[in-house]
Write a protein that binds this ligand. Structure first.
Ligand code: NAP
Length: 481
């Protein structure tokens, strides 16, 4: 079967070049698509095209821009089944998870399309007589969007849609491990009739073209989601040019389980948060911090539930956990399992690479549970970004919060309790940007601000009304009449 080719998109045209293959992590014999390996020159052309398109796009009225975003949502919706299946094949998450993400990307486009008719500025009374004063929103300019592979549709959508509705023009640089889902959004923008140069897409290795994007003269802002290592590097580079920058990075997210919790719900949510999407969510639970009196029972129940999870090709019905996204991610998981064994002893379940029929051609690993983990251990401190859960013991809520907060990260956190007072103690005491109660630590919606604190994030939050702050600027006006 011939391999479909997905070219870069620059100034309204599909641009060819040397390619790289994207393979299905559940079956590496299958090439999902061949993508064009963009060069620094392609990035420069894309940024120039975005700059040329900026005045026209910024001058278009908000509702008209919104109409185009609604059209993108309609086009994506018309291909809903296809996009879900493609995401499972490129990233590995199960088909229901992939469809859920495509639905979210569509809803994000609809949500921000509606913002086109709002784009509210500020109106305030003047201290001076007969002076009318207000501030209107204006675009920031050309924006570089750098995205990771783990939410290959939703994350590009939650950067592209607010950037575009605010009147900015964009250059999208997708993750090399999963570039197809965002390519489909760009294709929908093309079909929806966006003016040429407003949306540009350049795939290729971040190491090879990332600098070209940050240093492209027209680029005024960067929105990045990915690892702390790359985020910190980008921050240093962008600061030299005083670019506006937003970084969403790693996490080591805790779930605190108190003795008064709904026990079964706590077990289910912990397993869900730790292992669904193969633990490859930035908001995944990687530490369960459990009150002493229920600790043994909780560990036993989590292990029993984890053993029932079915690992396999996410296209198959009944599968709970797909493969790791690539060899590098699988190696990272297996490395941390070895580290965990040295520190905490054998995992109570899982931790092995799966082999045999249905597994040999993919990057499958059994979800692993370590118990008796303490704060000094590497598996309690470093992000694994895979299906590895560390269970820790706490004397009470105060102690649990101390453990939870003894991390350089602060992305998401969850608490299980039926006690109102403890819930508020946690809500105000936990150092995290996304806080859930009686829910998994993962699973957020687009209508509210998204992002972390401490080393997990930098800059204004994404999504919801907060996104408008990053993607627009104010122009303040004083009129004497
Ligand atoms: P990554 O390696 O940092 O890659 C993220 C993006 O940056 C990719 O597009 C990558 O391109 C690009 N990149 C790599 N080197 C670059 C450079 N020198 N200059 C510019 N861009 C460069 O992260 P990942 O492995 O894709 O994603 C996993 C990480 O993302 C985890 O740490 C996870 O916690 C984090 N994450 C955070 C959130 C959040 O909202 N906080 C959400 C999802 C994921 P290539 O793919 O071509 O290397």
């Amino acid at each position: 079967m011939s391999v479909p080719v997905f070219r870069n998109y620059i100034n309204g045209a599909w641009v060819d070049g040397p390619g790289f293959d994207n393979r299905n992590p559940a079956n590496t014999d299958e090439v999902v698509g061949r993508f064009v390996k963009g060069s620094p020159a392609d990035v420069a052309s894309a940024a120039d095209a975005a700059q040329a398109a900026l005045p026209g796009w910024a001058a278009m009225n908000g509702p008209a821009r919104g109409a185009l975003l609604y059209r993108v949502a309609e086009i994506l919706d018309s291909r809903f089944e296809q996009l879900g299946a493609e995401m499972t094949r490129e990233e590995g998450k199960t088909l229901p998870e992939a469809k859920g993400e495509v639905r979210r990307a569509i809803n994000i486009f609809r949500y921000f399309a509606g913002e086109g008719a709002r784009l509210a500025g500020v109106l305030a009374p003047s201290e001076r007589d007969r002076v009318h004063m207000f501030a209107v929103r204006k675009p920031v300019g050309v924006i570089g969007l750098i995205t990771p592979w783990n939410f290959p549709s939703a994350i590009p959508a939650w950067k592209m849609a607010p950037a575009l509705i605010c009147g900015n023009t964009i250059v999208v640089k997708p993750a090399s491990a999963a570039p197809l889902s965002s390519w489909r959004i760009v294709e929908a923008c093309h079909e929806a009739g966006f003016p040429k140069g407003v949306v540009n897409y350049v795939a290729g290795s971040g190491g090879a073209i990332g600098s070209a994007l940050v240093n492209a003269r027209p680029v005024r802002a960067i929105s990045f989601t990915g690892s702390c290592q790359v985020g910190n590097h980008l921050h240093a580079e962008a600061s030299k040019r005083r670019l506006r920058i937003q970084l969403e990075m790693g996490g080591k997210n805790p779930t605190i389980v108190l003795a008064d919790a709904d026990f079964n719900q706590a077990v289910e949510n912990t397993v869900n948060g730790a292992f669904f999407s193969t633990g490859q969510k930035c908001t995944a639970t990687s530490r369960a911090i459990v009150e002493e009196s229920i600790y043994d029972r909780f560990v036993e129940a989590v292990v029993e539930r984890t053993r029932k999870l079915k690992v396999g090709d996410g296209m198959q019905p009944g599968i709970d956990i797909g493969p790791c996204v690539d060899q590098g991610q699988l190696d990272t998981v297996l490395h941390y399992v070895e580290v965990g064994k040295k520190e905490a002893g054998e995992p109570l379940c899982g931790g092995r690479r799966l082999t045999g029929a249905g597994y040999d051609k993919g990057y499958f690993v059994e979800p692993a549970v370590f118990a008796g983990v303490t704060q000094d251990m590497v598996i309690a401190r470093e992000e694994v970004f895979g299906p590895v859960l560390a269970i820790m013991r706490a004397r009470d809520l105060k102690h649990a919060l101390e453990i939870a907060n003894a991390s350089e990260f602060g992305l998401s956190a969850s608490l299980h309790t039926t006690n109102l007072s403890r819930m508020y103690e946690y809500i105000y005491g936990i150092e995290a940007g996304l806080v859930t109660v009686n829910l998994p630590s993962a699973g957020v919606e687009y209508q509210l601000p998204f992002g972390g604190t401490k080393d997990s994030s930098f800059g204004p939050k994404e999504q919801g009304p907060a996104a408008m702050e990053f993607y627009s600027d104010y122009k303040t006006v004083y009129v004497k009449y």
